[in-house]
Ligand binder design. Sequence first.
Ligand SMILES: Nc1ncnc2c1ncn2[C@@H]1O[C@H](COP(=O)(O)OP(=O)(O)O)[C@@H](O)[C@H]1O
Ligand SMILES: [Mg+2]
Length: 306
Amino acid sequence: MHEAAKAVSIPMDREILHVIPQSYTVDAQRGIKDPLHMMGVRLEADVHIVTCSITTTQNLVKCVDRAGYRPEKRVLNSLAAARAVLSDDERDLGCLLLDIGGGTTDLVVFGEGQPWYTASVPAGGMQVTNDISIMLSLLMDGAERLKREAGSCWLESVDSSELIVVPGVGGREPTEIPRKKLCAIVQPRMEEIYSMAKERLEKSGLMKEIKSGIVLTGGGALMSGARELAQSVFDLPARVGNPPAIHGLENQYRNPAFASALGLVLLAGDEALASGPIRRPLAARKEKSHAPNLGRLVDWLKDKFV
Ligand SMILES: Nc1ncnc2c1ncn2[C@@H]1O[C@H](COP(=O)(O)OP(=O)(O)O)[C@@H](O)[C@H]1O
Ligand SMILES: [Mg+2]
């Protein structure tokens, strides 16, 4: 059935990454979640199809190959993040996952337990850093450091009297500026990113389905004020989604920046469980030269995929 659903016309340079069933119709009975063991003559399925660029995927797979690993599966970044940070209740009630990464911000709308809509807007934390670098004449790494240490996208919470030190570039003396000045650079860009995501959401017609609110994740969700600004732009409750505690995993990885990497590990775990006890554990499937260590695995996944 799902193979048949793949018979849609897509551009030559794209391939199908996921076919996600939403609901089934058995004869005249619509809205069936699981048609297994039902009797009927005609079975129809509503599916959400995710496609990806063939060449981009090939390059990713090549990178993984060259690192000495064999990719088993490819997963849409934001779906992996969703596995790590969303609760079952949020998935069932309807929520928006916003994964704020470096160059993109990815959206997934969940409803009735399933991903209903996925999209991506071409802006993320890197654009914020770039703005700081231009406006304060800093190199990108200095701007990134300043953003993480003193940035906020919720101006209301920033004290006007607070001062921060901006490092001097090319032997120039460091200068002191009001923190508010930095935040006045950060806020409009974050607001723009949220507005672009909101526009996509409105176009999808699913705004009214977001009953449990927004979950922010990805490194960009660590920006101070990210939650407050999201609530204000979307007019919906928001929370920052941290990955759950996983046995054997150090606390430093319970951080939204690791959501996708941990989600991949959890999805692999789900599959291993579903396919029974004879399947070898994930660590044992790796090359011998890479010692089984969950922390390192997460770092590697994050480097290569996220
Ligand atoms: N503490 C922080 N405060 C603000 N932004 C942060 C923080 N930590 C990471 N980021 C931003 O998160 C972005 C990277 O997010 P990440 O999810 O790791 O990216 P990707 O999934 O695109 O690889 C970067 O733009 C980085 O500046
Ligand atoms: Mg990410």
